[in-house]
Design a binder for this molecule. Structure first.
Ligand code: UGA
Length: 425
């Protein structure tokens, strides 16, 4: 099939490359000249393990090309995936400006039957909206179908996730489009959920919100466990082994961040409100998530003293989780901003994120030098096996605050450090 991917972010680029792996010819369209130039030369404009090698492979074999030419790209392709951003609007709902612009371009340039697929996370009713915008922009009534096919891959493991999905969701009312989508995904060995576009759009929000709910649940439980000196990791393990609960997304930490959970939970809250059926449980999820860094800062203040003015704090990790350079809604920045409000001196480190961080140092040693405390914010592997013996003489005071419960508490305590985790007893 000749496939057009509109929007070359991590979802669009990964999706396009997976289709190349399945033997299709793919065009990536983006209005951002710099992104297109980088991708054409086999360079990713974001960090995602394993993806650049796949990009180079399919560029070399001419399976994927990138362009800024909207008209030709739409005319020459039969299957169009919309992978543009749907950022959070001012009232919490998703801003569909980019989706609407794409739909208008499709309407203006459609020259024969096409299937238009939304991969972007879009609110319930967007398939209908896209249909309307395309129709309004057509000069002649050329037939097309709109399909909702949400993506469930995670940043940092995008390739693995996209190649091994738990399920594929196809939302359409058209038999023709359904047949094309079944053919596209025929090599995947996972359940295919075929449903109405509205249900498909809801599945994506419901999935992300449920995962966020699990995280907020374990985080709030962790605070109680902390008071009772219970190790929350044991509790996660003990409940996660129940297959009805499962062990995933039960790691207590500093709260969820990223470009998806915060935005998608808010958008579902907004959708529910608009329908007159507020989902109060999700409002609690957001509140618990906002409170989690505050709970952690309190730990720092209890240990170091409430006045952080003359304290130097080394913050390890800036991305919202390991294996990505994405810092959107990163708990690290929430923590850093709070510490700066308390007038602490901040030194930061990240193995991949290099831009825009205050007081960033290239090595861990330089970051912790002279620090009163070290705070681990991101679960990078680099921080799991730190050489604590060599870091010890560099620090002014030996406080470790482990926001990811990833350090061997016994080991560091034996070396003389004071260790504080998220109910990591
Ligand atoms: C999330 C979903 O997991 C994907 O299925 C979805 O496709 C994606 O959003 C999206 O909508 O595009 P992502 O935001 O890349 O993926 O990252 P996650 O691995 O889900 O982590 C989100 C946040 O939750 C991170 O800050 C992470 O550190 C945190 N988290 C995750 C925890 O605090 N505890 C956990 O047990 C798991």
């Amino acid at each position: 099939m000749k496939i057009l991917i509109i929007g070359t972010g991590y979802v669009g680029t990964t999706t396009g490359l997976i289709f190349c792996e399945l033997g299709h010819k793919v065009t990536g369209l983006d209005l951002d000249e710099q992104k297109i130039q980088a991708l054409q030369t086999g360079k990713l404009h974001f960090y995602e393990p394993g993806l650049e090698a796949l990009l180079k492979k399919h560029i070399d074999s001419h399976n994927i090309t990138f362009t800024k030419d909207t008209e030709t790209a739409i005319k020459e392709n039969d299957l169009i995936f919309i992978c543009v951003g749907t950022p959070q609007g001012p009232n919490g709902s998703a801003d569909l400006i980019f989706v609407k612009n794409v739909a208008a371009s499709i309407g203006q340039n459609i020259n024969h039957y096409k299937v238009i697929v939304t991969k972007s996370t879009v609110p319930v009713g967007t398939a209908t909206l896209i249909t309307k915008v395309i129709e309004e922009n057509q000069t002649a009534p050329i037939p097309f179908d709109v399909v909702s096919n949400p993506e469930f891959l995670r940043e940092g493991s995008a390739l693995q996730d996209a190649l091994n999905p738990d399920r594929i969701v196809i939302g359409t009312t058209s038999e023709t489009a359904r047949t094309i989508m079944r053919e596209l995904y025929k090599d995947f060995d996972c359940p295919i959920v075929e449903t109405h576009p509205k249900a498909s759009e809801m599945i994506k929000y419901a999935a992300n919100s449920f995962l966020a709910l699990k995280i907020s649940y374990i985080n709030e439980l962790a605070r109680v466990c902390d008071n009772l000196a219970i190790n929350v990791k044991d509790v996660s393990n003990g409940i996660g082994l129940d297959h009805r609960i499962n062990p995933h997304f039960l790691k207590a930490g500093l709260g969820y961040g990223g470009s998806c959970f915060p935005k998608d939970v808010n958008a579902l809250i907004q959708t529910a409100k608009e329908q007159g059926n507020p989902i109060s449980i999700l409002e609690a999820v957001v509140k618990v998530n906002a409170d989690q860094p505050v709970y952690f800062i309190e730990k720092v203040k209890q240990a170091l003293g409430s006045d952080l003015k003359n304290k130097t704090i080394a913050v390890l990790g800036l991305s919202f989780k390991a294996n990505t350079d994405d810092t959107r809604e990163s708990p690290s920045f929430i923590l850093i901003n709070r510490l700066l409000e308390e007038q602490a001196t901040i030194k930061t480190h990240d193995p991949i994120v290099k831009m825009g961080a205050p007081h960033q140092f290239p090595t861990i040693e330089e970051t912790v030098a002279g620090a009163d405390a070290l705070v681990i914010c991101t679960d990078w592997d680099d921080y799991k096996q730190l050489d604590w013996e060599s870091l010890k003489p560099l620090m002014k005071q030996l406080y470790i605050f482990d926001g990811r419960n990833m350090i061997d508490k016994e080991k560091v305590e034996k070396l003389g450090f004071y260790y504080f985790g998220v109910a990591n007893h």
